[in-house]
Design a protein around this ligand. Structure first.
Ligand SMILES: *Cc1c(COP(=O)(O)O)cnc(C)c1O
Length: 417
């Protein structure tokens, strides 16, 4: 019965509450609209059941995903030349969701010794549940090969390590993982698909902190797990019976969505999905400017008498310079680090910066600088820092898109004292 013919017409409040849903919400907007709704409605019970059972596409409850996030997932899969993607509330939620969904107590994984600091912290927590982790120098695939065990399930590395800028043997590890049937996970946060697509070296899964370069403006947090489609999940022992449905190429990401995203609930908010998608539109332009700036600043810093050492893959002196050139299309990223000559006061130098911001973030439009040993690598203690080659005076710089002349002038002022 329509409201008009109903002897008791619907109240204004009821009509207000249902107005958006009945009118349709897309309106031809040039951005995917933000869908902050926590739940989604269906006209018939049969439809609701079909969506729940995965026989019809749709959304049921927003912890498991919403249309704004799904639009971003499609864009990220496109950018990575990959099959599919699941987005999370943060980069750490994506890494945690992936690990918790795919690994069991008694499994072994091999990880790069040079990882974003919170990742080994998370792996330490999982070790408490029986996960075995071996850390290796991932700059040589032979170190990964030597660490493999019969129960090794997964190999995890970043592309360019933070803050030391070591470049992993990405192709060599890819060949090894393919040969041994191992899940190969590459954290592509520092390079972004603009410089490097891990699928090209055989990665099974790609993780991103979307908070960094892809969002790009320090105004949103997010993470992603991207499935390249290269791994045959029918050979992976930890896929639950319930997710061994249909084409095996999809099983891994389905389990990550169900066990890692749905059950832990670190869901990306629609507002942040929108901001990240907007940021992604200018990733190429921003990376072009930031990489050119970083190379210029690294070369300039290297020539300054107060500077003892500069770490940047674009410098000929960098141990993996040739590898970086071959893998990243002649660009070397926006991250560099440097050490002052012994006896110079690093913190006082940082205090004199007027353009670069003292901040722990990375890959922003603005240049950011931080003393590493006293902040982001403080918790792990001096011994672990020494093992990772992190000197007490190391300064990390995430280079932004300001004109290079302004950045050089800023660092010149800071170095002079
Ligand atoms: C920042 C970062 C993460 C974690 O991402 P969040 O969005 O901060 O949770 C993971 N990996 C790398 C390489 C990062 O730089």
């Amino acid at each position: 019965m329509s409201p008009e013919s109903d002897p008791r017409p619907e109240s204004t409040l009821t009509r207000l509450l249902h107005a958006d849903r009945r009118a349709g919400v897309e309106q031809g907007a040039v951005h995917k609209p933000m869908h902050p709704a926590a739940t989604f409605s269906y006209r018939t019970a049969a439809e609701l059941v079909a969506v729940f059972q995965g026989r019809q596409p749709g959304y049921v409850y927003a912890r498991q995903g919403n249309p704004t996030g799904a639009a971003l997932e499609a864009k990220l899969a496109l950018m990575e030349g990959a099959r599919a993607c699941a987005v999370f509330a943060t980069g750490m939620a994506a890494i945690g969701g992936l690990m918790l969904a795919l690994l069991r107590g008694g499994d072994h994984m091999v990880a790069s010794r040079h990882l974003f600091g919170n990742t080994p912290s998370l792996l330490g927590t999982l070790a408490g549940f029986g996960l075995e982790v071996t850390y290796v120098d991932a700059a040589d695939a032979a170190n990964v090969a030597a660490a493999l065990r019969p129960n090794t399930r997964l190999v995890f590395t970043e592309t360019v390590a933070n803050p030391g800028t070591q470049v992993a043997d990405l192709a060599g590890i890819g060949a090894l993982c393919r040969e041994r049937g191992l899940v190969y996970v590459v954290d592509n946060t520092m390079t972004t698909p603009e410089l490097f697509r891990p699928r090209d070296v055989g990665a099974s899964l790609i993780v991103h902190s979307l908070t960094k370069g892809i969002a790009g403006h320090g105004h949103a947090m997010g993470g992603a797990v991207v499935d390249t489609g290269l791994y045959d999940w029918s050979t992976y022992p930890n896929i639950a019976e319930a997710y061994r449905q249909g084409d095996p190429v999809g099983w891994g990401l389905v389990q990550i969505r169900k066990k890692g995203l749905r059950d832990f609930g670190a869901t990306l908010r629609a507002e942040d999905a929108h901001r990240i998608a907007t940021g992604a539109e200018t990733l190429g332009l921003r990376m072009q400017a930031a990489c050119a700036n970083a190379l210029g600043l690294a070369q300039w810093l290297q020539a300054q008498p107060q500077v003892a050492r500069v770490h940047y893959p674009g410098l000929g002196s960098h141990p993996q310079h040739e590898r970086a050139r071959a893998l990243f299309g002649g660009r070397y990223g926006a991250l560099l680090s440097f050490e002052l000559q012994p006896g110079l006061d690093t913190l006082a130098m940082l205090d004199r910066l007027q353009v670069a911001i003292l901040s722990s973030h990375l890959s922003d439009t603005r240049t950011l600088a931080i003393p590493v040993a006293q902040t982001i690598f403080w918790e792990m203690g001096p011994q672990r820092r020494a093992e990772m080659g992190i000197a007490d005076g190391l300064v990390r710089v995430s280079v932004g898109i300001e004109p290079l002349a302004d950045l050089q002038a800023d660092f010149a002022r800071a170095l002079k004292g």
